[in-house]
Design a protein. Structure first.
Length: 402
């Protein structure tokens, strides 16, 4: 897969976890730096943040896992609450890495996560590591049957069985012998190369600029966050808009309302979760240029400017302009873009069929961009859109130098 001009490729690894019947019941999400990466290469806070941002805001968690659980490795920073989790507990299992040293602060942090409804898994569990203090809270204990100490397996399994809440995950299964061990001990879940290798999922992405992420973090960190300013920051950066939309896709599960504006997406996700996503994005130091944003912003602003001519919502027209413009940059069809977001039916119809009031807006803007000026004189509105977009990018550049 090759990224279109102005885009980059982002990746996330996904390894299935099976039940005793051979059905996939969950996925472990893994850091991958490239399409052909065999191993993670790192298990630090950056890796965890990248997995979360990519899975939830680049792909969308429904694309990655459907309705199955996702196991995500957590470092100490997340466990003790120094970095907040930007998603709810509904579809995730938080893996406590074997490298995390148990102390009062970690135990207190994990206790708080459990009380908030999150499920806990103990990764690569080793008896005597101190992690056994978490047995009363853990939903899963993962046992390494490849490199783990099998001499104490009877003891470890017996200890787990004293806690009805614990399911054992036999991991790193690579041989028939290891599969037989998992069967002999009636381990509920299984994971490993003998069953399935990790799959690397790849998607083209436009990275939000580092400046915009930091600007958003600052606005969200104010004593009384200004919702209008926050929405304006997000709306002026198409990649940020898309990430917020994908995050809202998870929040929209079971919702009857569908998103029809950036403001509505922000409200649906909620400022606390927007703040947490922005902080995670700020941990990703890949940065990104804004040279390809001017065209998308100009298109979105032009849609907004002429929306009232066709009786359409200005906010919805701006969003339709962003999504259709970014879709072109990523070489994704309008239908493909519409599938990724919890959009209002009017926006979906406009993107996929060009119908309705918003469809007329997009058709008019498409015609103008193609030099087909028709019966509408959009020159004045277009120049306003160029000035607005240029001003937004120039503001970013000045702040970056300051």
């Amino acid at each position: 897969m090759k990224a279109a001009d102005g885009a980059q490729l982002v990746h996330v690894g996904r390894q299935p976890i099976f039940d005793v019947h051979g059905d996939v019941v969950a996925y472990e999400l893994l850091f991958r730096g490239s399409m052909d990466a065999v191993a993670a290469g790192r298990q630090d806070t950056y890796a965890t943040s990248t997995v979360m941002v990519n899975a939830f805001t680049e792909f969308g968690i429904r694309e990655v896992a459907g309705d199955r659980l996702c196991f995500i490795n957590l470092t100490r920073d997340f466990l003790v609450g120094e970095i907040a989790l930007p998603f709810g507990p509904e579809q995730v299992v938080l893996e406590v890495l074997e490298t995390v040293r148990m102390d009062d602060e970690v135990v207190a942090g994990i206790t708080a996560l459990c009380e908030a409804g999150y499920r806990i898994a103990l990764d690569d569990f080793v008896w005597g590591s101190g992690h056994e203090v978490l047995f009363s809270m853990a939903s899963y204990v993962k046992l390494d049957l490849l490199d783990g100490d099998l001499s104490r397996l009877d003891e470890v399994v017996a200890a787990c069985r004293r806690f009805p809440n614990i399911q054992i995950v036999a991991e790193r299964l690579e041989t028939d012998e290891q599969l037989a061990i998992a069967e002999r001990y009636r381990m509920e879940l299984r994971q490993g190369y003998a069953l399935s290798h990790p799959q690397v999922l790849t998607v083209a992405s436009l990275s939000p600029s580092r400046l915009r992420r930091l600007e958003l973090v600052a606005a969200l960190s104010a004593g009384e966050p200004d919702l209008q300013k926050i929405v304006a920051i997000i709306a002026s950066d198409p990649p940020l808009s898309l990430r917020v939309l994908r995050a809202s896709n998870s929040a929209a599960a079971g919702h009857t309302n569908r998103v029809s504006s950036v403001r509505q997406a922000v409200v649906m996700v909620g400022l606390p979760h927007i703040r947490q996503w922005a902080l995670l994005m700020a941990l990703d130091d890949s940065g990104g240029t804004e040279e390809h944003m001017l065209g998308v912003l100009t298109r979105a602003r032009l849609c907004e400017n002429i929306a009232t001519w066709f009786g359409a919502s200005a906010d919805a027209a701006f969003m339709a302009g962003v999504i259709s413009g970014v879709g072109r940059l990523l070489a994704i069809s309008p239908a493909g873009m519409a599938d990724q977001f919890p959009l209002a039916p009017a926006i979906v119809d406009a993107l996929t069929a060009g119908t309705g009031q918003l469809g007329r807006v997009l058709r008019a803007v498409d015609a103008y961009e193609n030099g087909e000026f028709g019966s509408f004189d959009l020159a004045g509105q277009y120049m306003d859109a160029v000035r607005w977009s240029t001003r937004a990018l120039d503001t970013s550049a000045r702040l970056a130098v300051a």
